[in-house]
Design a protein around this ligand. Structure first.
Ligand code: 5GP
Ligand code: MN
Length: 316
């Protein structure tokens, strides 16, 4: 690892102009990590561009300098890709973006395809935010609010507020150091955990009314149809927070949320508490993620997706 950090440092020192790219359906870890590393690189005197490939969820718009995340304007020289397991996570424009002269890939997904020129991948880390913390520490950049707030937000959100199994003693030590520099921690909590909108609440009501539980499989499934989503006028981030909510129900190791995204296309979000490695389940459908949180896309309607998932789950 030390050697990889030193290689990354060398590339940063040589570059004047550095880009960092977000991913599709960006989450707190992704946006927080790029903003935090971006702020640190700026402090080192670099010209920093943060590239947008998808809309940023409303509850992350409080982060410092989030408004500077912009679509790509020119081919990146040195490019950081953070929290993205494969090139596909960069969306339709990925080919153009990946024409960058040099790519540094920093991630904690065990399924990472190592698509960078340098790959810093560590599946034992709770979050990419934790890895960015270590890199900034190695670079010797002093923390301040603009660096600490997004990175603390990244770690906090990817650990479900330091609850998930991936939270280690080191995770908490890093979070503690960051918190020393965070100006407004109430704002972070409010945005991450106390910002459920009316539409998001309506989505949860529908999902809870239609839960399907499979007690013998220790599996519970929630779902919502395209019809219902359209009726509520729901945007893509209006289904955020549904799967963690279902996963709070006692007695089921696996919680899955299915969203009919388009006619014949179902998005899968899977979580587990203790036993099942849901990344293996999602990989069966060309998706991926982590042991306790993963996702995929399945072709078919909701009932067909449930059938496919159950038979894949039984195979595990
Ligand atoms: P979520 O259920 O919150 O959308 O995603 C949970 C985790 O699985 C995230 O770490 C995310 O990166 C990963 N993930 C979600 N969907 C996909 C997918 O389609 N492909 C891959 N490789 N990973 C995914
Ligand atoms: Mn992450």
């Amino acid at each position: 690892m030390e050697k990889t950090y030193a290689e990354i440092e060398k590339k940063i020192l040589e570059a004047r102009d550095i880009s960092l790219v977000s991913h599709i359906n960006p989450d707190g870890d992704n946006i927080g990590s790029i903003l935090g590393l971006g702020a640190a690189l700026r402090k080192m005197g670099k010209d920093v561009h943060i590239l947008k490939v998808d809309d940023i969820p409303k509850n992350l718009l409080f982060l410092p300098r989030v408004e500077e995340i912009k679509p790509m304007e020119k081919r990146p020289d040195l490019l950081f890709v953070l929290d993205s397991s494969d090139e596909g996570r960069l969306g339709d424009g990925s080919k153009e973006i990946l024409k960058a002269n040099y790519i540094i890939n920093i991630d904690h997904h065990k399924s990472n395809t190592l698509f960078g020129d340098i790959n810093l991948v560590d599946a034992s880390m709770s979050s990419t935010g934790e890895m960015v913390y270590d890199l900034i520490d190695f670079l010797g950049v002093e923390l301040d609010n603009e660096i600490a707030t997004p990175i603390y937000t990244a770690i906090n959100s990817d650990t479900g507020s330091f609850r998930y199994e991936s939270t280690s003693p080191d995770t908490l030590r890093k979070a503690a150091n960051l918190l020393e520099f965070v100006d407004n921690k109430v704002e972070i909590t409010k945005n991450l955990y106390q910002s459920r909108t009316k539409v998001q609440t309506e989505v949860i009501k529908i999902v809870l009314n239609n839960l399907e539980s499979f007690d013998d499989l220790s599996l519970i499934i929630g779902k919502i149809s395209l019809n219902d989503l359209e009726r509520l006028g729901a945007q893509s981030d209006d289904t955020e927070g549904v799967v963690p909510f279902i996963n709070e129900i006692e007695g089921y190791d696996v919680a899955i949320f299915l969203k009919e995204k388009e006619e014949g296309i179902v998005r899968v979000s899977a979580r587990s508490k203790e036993v099942c490695d849901v990344s293996i389940l999602c990989e069966k459908f060309d998706g991926g993620g982590h042991k306790r949180a993963a996702g995929a896309t399945i072709e078919g309607n909701l009932d067909e997706a449930i059938e496919k998932l159950i038979s894949a789950y039984k195979e595990l």
